[in-house]
Design a protein around this ligand. Structure first.
Ligand SMILES: [Zn+2]
Ligand SMILES: [Zn+2]
Length: 211
């Protein structure tokens, strides 16, 4: 960039002499360009009016119901989603139960037959002792023990055949809070002001936000 005479307008291709320092662009400009700049600045007023009007209408039309409705909508949407998720999990787990039953069906039959055999043996032993009208304490103890073992096996088998473990979600899955109560919107602006006003310690800020 070649040096311009000090008293020449700084707008490109303008050879007029400087009239003033234009505040908007920080350049020495001639009166013509100064007036042009003033017009440009004034020209920004009308769009500002429109912008303000639009904003005013937005604020006027703001209703608490709109904000509340949105919250209910969000919650409903969450419910629909989680219902669907639960239905999906339910179907999937039903299939898993079916598969598990198929895999273990043979074991079930085997276990059942074994226990039936044992029970049949106890029956025969009992019938024999009754027909003989005689039994020792040891024989009674042995029969009792056999029955107990069968009973225990049955309980364990029933408990272990298919185990469904479920976990309940708690209400914390959904949290309702207002950013206003957390000084969400207000504190941002205030913090900026404070920082501009000249550094404030973090602890101090925290205290101040806690109103
Ligand atoms: Zn200017
Ligand atoms: Zn000029």
């Amino acid at each position: 960039m070649f040096a311009m005479p000090k008293n020449q307008c700084h707008i490109q291709d303008c050879t007029r002499s400087v009239a003033t320092l234009c505040y908007c662009c920080q350049k020495n400009v001639c009166s013509k360009h100064f007036n042009e700049h003033i017009e440009v600045i004034k020209g920004q007023l009308h769009p500002l009016v429109e912008q303000r009007n639009e904003l005013a209408e937005k604020v006027h039309n703001l209703k608490i119901e709109q904000l509340t409705d949105k919250a209910y909508e969000d919650l409903d949407q969450w419910r629909t989603g989680i219902y669907k998720m639960i239905d999906d999990i339910y179907s999937k787990k039903r299939k898993e139960i079916e598969q598990s039953v198929q895999i273990n069906e043979a074991l079930f039959v085997k276990h059942k037959n074994e226990q039936l055999e044992k029970i049949e043996k106890v029956k025969l032993d009992l019938e024999q002792l009754i027909s003989q009208d005689d039994a020792t304490a040891d024989q009674i103890r042995e029969l009792k023990s056999s029955l107990q073992i069968i009973e225990m096996n049955l309980a364990v088998f029933q408990r272990q055949f298919i185990v469904v473990q479920t976990r309940l979600w708690d209400v914390d899955l959904v949290q309702i809070q207002s950013g206003l109560n957390m000084n969400f919107v207000n504190s941002i602006g205030q913090r900026k002001q404070k920082q501009q006003a000249g550094g404030m310690s973090y602890a101090h800020q925290e205290l101040e936000e806690d109103f």
